[in-house]
Design a protein around this ligand. Structure first.
Ligand code: ATP
Ligand code: MG
Length: 601
């Protein structure tokens, strides 16, 4: 392609809308344009990158025996009602765009495709003989994200590869899950990216095992905790660890003591000269279930630890049947307005004990009449601990479970693991932290969707059973931008060769010099002929402008038909380290072809 004939517009200045380097660079280099919040146009250079990423993804999926298809983006609400996700996705999480057509039928724009594919499987899969199968598509997804940002990283319209597999048994699912794990490792490595596979939370999608693939980069929205022995890595949402040992409480006698102005752990430790590890703090949450019931939750956790709301949500989902629900619509720390709705009398905030009386809750249809009391594992072995006295300005010291307080029955792990904690698999290892961009996520779904939607098969014994499912996503557009986030310098993008929009660019410094034009045209033609995808900068611009632009757009190899033509040579520059060399004109095509092939391996 000739730059003179392309829609080629670069910007000198960083666009104000962009916060992170990859977003700035893609805008400045003319790869993308913002059309609306979280909505982008993929311009010709970007589209080539996206197609290259898609092709690598496609090849690895095909190699793992998955079959490509294309599912509808417009999805009937009824399908989502069958799975029980319509309310959660349109109202609670609100992630799904929904609409009503001229026949008054409700539809959603696909944020993901479990419902659609399960319907297909329900219709078409009858027997164990048809299993296992794995279907995938590469398609635009729609999600009404709360905070669309960072360009293609978190869009409201973005490209995803999603795959869904069907099995007769968990063992068969495990096999495909492992094959997908390998396929994902291959595709990300082939795209030229450094990544880490981490244990992940399964979230609203449901199911048991799941793993995320993180591109390591400072701008990542996710925190990863890992050990240096390479044996453990997890998203902080899911991570477990050993908390620091608790210090001995200095209060061996049970007493209620006046502790004015100590409504935070920090103030209390200062006032009592004690360690936060000797304190049981009681954190109040309120959870709204899809049944319409609101439940007040009291979590008792060690003073130096924080509640992990993802883990807490998972526990609350497990307990949903007790409140006639199946899903959590909202979890929050009730603010003053929220408290006014249910608190029968002023709460002793900052001084709450694990046994806060249930009569703080006004009796009402909408609220469960009792606190749901959960204790985190970090507090069950504490002796002589300090905790609130249910009275503003007072704490209970030297308390023990089953003396001053009854240990609540529901013992859970809802603490947030932190960098510096000891690892569970080997306490000599401490957890380290890194930022990551999640580009892929593989899940073992089990029978959640097949059961809800009645998708069954007949096994060898002639019995009807629900299909066992897995699902596997890759953020194609997010991955393309993550590649930039991992590889750029002050002058612009440095594309990995495998996903660069073009491999090489031939720059004519002076378009009034016939000799320069002749050599450039010839190299341009021959390089393209041998499969080195090459641009020709034949614009009527100053050489300096052209060099700046080629660096900005990040094409791996630049060939300049400049001064050295006199001695039958051109200048060849590698973008990554800006290494420049003179090369005989007749060697250029073969050398570049070899470089491209080597770089793609
Ligand atoms: P996140 O936690 O980042 O919101 P997710 O858990 O919602 O991601 P999945 O539902 O597993 O993501 O989707 C599969 C993949 O699609 C993700 O791993 C990610 O790479 C990509 N993806 C998800 N949401 C977006 C988005 N809003 N914009 C771009 N890519 C996205
Ligand atoms: Mg999401």
């Amino acid at each position: 392609m000739r730059l003179s004939q392309m829609l080629f517009v670069t910007l000198r200045e960083d666009p104000a809308e962009a916060e992170i380097p990859s977003h700035k660079l893609l805008l400045r280099a003319g790869y993308i344009r913002r059309i609306g919040s979280g909505i982008y146009a993929y311009l010709p250079l970007m589209w080539r990158v996206l197609q290259k990423v898609s092709q690598i993804v496609r090849e690895e999926m095909n190699a793992a025996n998955a079959q490509e298809c294309l599912l509808p983006q417009l999805q009937p609400a009824d399908l989502w009602r069958e799975s029980g996700r319509w309310e959660t996705y349109t109202k609670a999480e609100g992630i799904m765009f929904s609409l009503i057509d001229r026949r008054q039928t409700e539809l959603g724009l696909g944020p993901t495709h479990e419902e659609v594919i399960t319907t297909v499987a329900k219709d078409m899969i009858r027997s164990y003989r048809q299993l296992p199968v794995n279907l995938y598509q590469i398609q635009t997804k729609f999600r009404d994200e709360i905070r669309p940002r960072f360009g293609l990283m978190r869009g409201r319209e973005f490209i995803m590869k999603d795959a869904y597999s069907f099995h007769t048994s968990p063992e068969s699912l495990q096999e495909t899950y492992e094959a997908m794990d390998q396929a994902y490792r291959n595709m990300i490595s082939r795209c030229g990216l450094a990544f880490r596979a981490v244990q992940a939370d399964s979230g609203a999608i449901g199911g048991s095992a799941s793993q995320e693939f993180m591109i390591l980069a400072e701008a990542g929205e996710d925190e990863v905790l890992y050990t240096e022995d390479g044996k453990y890595a997890a998203n902080v949402e899911k991570a477990v660890s050993l908390p620091p040992d608790a210090e001995k409480s200095p209060f061996t006698k049970a007493e209620k003591r006046e502790t004015p102005g100590t409504d935070t752990i920090e103030k209390l430790c200062k006032f009592l000269q004690c360690s936060p590890t000797a304190i049981v703090k009681n954190v109040l949450y309120q959870v709204v279930y899809d049944s319409g019931k609101t439940v007040l939750v009291l979590v008792s956790i060690r003073g130096d630890q924080d509640v992990n709301e993802v883990k807490l949500t998972n526990e609350l989902v497990r307990l949903a049947p007790q409140y006639q629900g199946t899903a959590v619509l909202a979890l929050s720390v009730p603010d003053e307005t929220a408290q006014k709705k249910w608190a029968a009398k002023p709460l002793p905030l900052g001084y709450i004990a694990p046994d806060l009386e249930d009569d703080y809750i006004t009796s009402s249809q909408d609220y469960a009449p009792k606190f749901l009391r959960l204790v985190d594992k970090t507090v069950i072995d504490l002796k002589n601990f300090i905790t609130g006295a249910n009275e503003t300005g007072y704490h209970q010291l030297g308390a023990n479970w089953d003396k001053e307080f009854k240990l609540p029955k529901l013992v859970v792990d809802v603490r947030t693991a932190m960098a510096g904690d000891r690892a569970v698999h080997d306490p000599k290892q401490t957890l380290k932290t890194a930022r990551g961009i999640e580009v892929g996520h593989i899940f073992q779904l089990g029978t959640k969707y097949s059961q809800a939607m009645g998708a069954t098969f007949t096994n060898e014994a002639g019995e009807e059973q629900p299909l066992v499912m897995g699902c596997y996503g890759v953020g194609v557009s997010r991955l393309a931008q993550a590649a930039v986030e991992q590889s750029y310098d002050k002058d612009g993008i440095i594309w990995p060769v495998a996903i660069a929009p073009y491999h090489a660019i031939v720059v004519i410094p002076n378009i009034n010099d016939p000799k320069q034009i002749e050599v450039a045209e010839k190299l341009y033609e021959e390089l393209n002929q041998v499969g080195v995808e090459t641009l020709l900068d034949d614009r009527d611009e100053r050489a300096g402008v052209k060099f700046k632009d080629t660096e900005l757009i990040g094409i791996p190899y630049r060939i300049v038909t400049g001064r050295s033509l006199k001695s039958g040579k051109v200048e060849v520059v590698k973008r990554a380290r800006k290494q420049s060399q003179e090369m005989a004109i007749e060697d250029v095509v073969a050398t570049l072809k070899q470089w491209v092939e080597e770089a793609k391996d």
